[in-house]
Design a protein around this ligand. Structure first.
Ligand code: SAJ
Length: 406
């Protein structure tokens, strides 16, 4: 039986996928509310295909509880926040999960950590926890790192199809965990050592962050001399060895905007390009706020309360607002004492910011200028509603009209 610890964005789909493919699974989360919701037969976030997978897993007998289970295999997918000042990973949730596991685990149990951790975390923080409990790693407990790689918005497909990395101390243990994931994973599964697995995960997200920062920097250069950054990137990407990502209003989510900081935090004098890239991305919400003021001036709009931000989530078609560029922009706006921007997002039903709307038509009725922060399908499908509005399109999705870009 596999006990999946942490039933959030990664743990839940992973637990469901294993259960739906014939593995006996019990999911554990410390939140009674979350476990209660799952036990009522409801999922806890929106993701394409998640509800169907949930039903298959329920039929296969998956169970949810707040208790850690006595078993021989654990998958840990608890959050790993980072400290905004030191830029270092905070492994406390993982440590606590391991401590709880050690109280009930069978001798020789496998503990697979899926949570993203900074390179060296297992050596520095996890091994000592096990050793201090008087247990021998490799005999009493096996520690494995199998970092998740799925992208919110396409998680279920990627869970099935992405290649995976498994880091283990002994090859046989790695192969055993590989067989577990191969119960559903159609991609290639590479077995390597733990340090390499830790590093590859952070490097993948760092590569993407640096690429986006490059695109954001190009957007600023092009703005300076009124060039079309999108056309330039489009043409450059026709070169067989160039693949530049898209500029945007900032980089959010709990991955690309966080993981690269682990490298900056651990190697401050070495990770220079990464450090500068992260600052570039983090500066984008302010860049958008400046664009808003510029355009208002140009269009002779004096009332900031007639400007609305479309989109609160960190990216399109998800309901996750962690590190959202829109929230960062609103924070900056408060610092500038220019409070009053209106906000709407079809994925956010509860009230989380001031001046928030819950209906596209009401939102549009009350504003003269729309800032498209997120390219949700809803707005792509209802572009005609933007007619007559001034639009700052940070996502390059609008065709014609009084459109401004980054
Ligand atoms: N973004 C841009 N320009 C782009 C692409 C994205 O500005 O061209 C922005 C998005 O709007 C968003 C942010 O970047 O604010 C991050 O979004 P994303 O779609 O690039 O990535 P995440 O954070 O949702 O998921 C990433 C993925 N990593 C990689 O593709 C290397 C995913 O595979 C990882 O599993 C996930 O991080 C994770 O959990 O680590």
């Amino acid at each position: 039986m596999v006990n999946v610890i942490g039933l959030g964005y990664i743990g839940l789909p992973t637990a469901l996928m294993l259960a739906a493919h014939g593995v006996e699974v019990i999911g554990t989360d410390y939140s009674m509310h979350l476990v209660g919701t799952l036990n009522e037969g409801k999922t806890t976030f929106k993701e394409e295909g998640l509800d169907e997978l949930f039903n298959s897993a329920l039929k296969a007998g998956i169970r949810f509880t707040t208790e850690y289970q006595a078993t021989d295999t654990y998958i840990v997918s608890v959050p790993t926040p980072y400290d905004k000042f030191s830029k270092k990973v905070d492994p406390s949730y993982v440590i606590r999960a391991i401590q709880e596991i050690l109280k009930v685990s069978e001798k020789g149990a496998l503990i697979v950590i899926e949570s993203t951790i900074s390179p060296g975390t297992i050596d520095k923080f996890i091994r000592p926890v096990i050793e201090n409990a008087g247990l021998k790693i490799g005999i009493d407990i096996h520690i494995i790192h199998a970092p998740e790689r799925i992208i919110p918005g396409n998680m279920i497909y990627e869970l099935l199809h992405n290649n995976r990395t498994i880091g283990a101390d002994e090859i046989e243990v790695g192969e055993k965990v590989k067989r577990l994931y191969a119960s559903f994973c159609l991609g290639e599964i590479i077995v390597t050592d733990i340090r390499t697995a830790e590093m590859t995960k952070v490097v993948e997200n760092t590569y993407r962050a640096v690429n986006i920062a490059f695109a954001n920097e190009l957007a600023k250069i092009c703005r300076h001399d009124n060039m079309d950054v999108y056309e330039i990137i489009r043409i450059c990407n026709m070169h067989p060895r160039v693949n530049i990502l898209q500029p945007g209003p900032g980089v959010g989510g709990h991955c690309i905007s966080v993981d690269p900081w682990f490298l900056v935090g651990d190697y401050p004098s070495l990770a220079k390009v990464i450090d500068e890239s992260m600052r570039t991305n983090d500066g984008m919400p302010d860049f958008v706020l400046n664009r808003i003021y510029e355009i208002m001036k140009q269009e002779e709009l004096n009332d900031i309360t007639r400007v609305g931000l479309y989109g609160l989530t960190y990216k399109e078609n998800v309901d996750d607002i962690r590190e959202s560029p829109t929230l960062q922009l609103l924070e900056s706006q408060e610092r500038h004492l220019a409070v009053g921007l209106k906000v709407y997002d079809p994925f956010i039903v509860s009230d989380i910011v001031a001046n928030q709307y819950h209906n596209l038509d009401d939102f549009l009725e009350d504003i003269d200028m729309v800032v498209i922060m997120v390219k949700h399908n809803e707005i792509r499908e209802q572009m005609d509603k933007l007619q007559g509005k001034i639009v700052l399109d940070t996502q390059n999705i609008c065709g014609s009209g009084r459109i401004y870009h980054l």
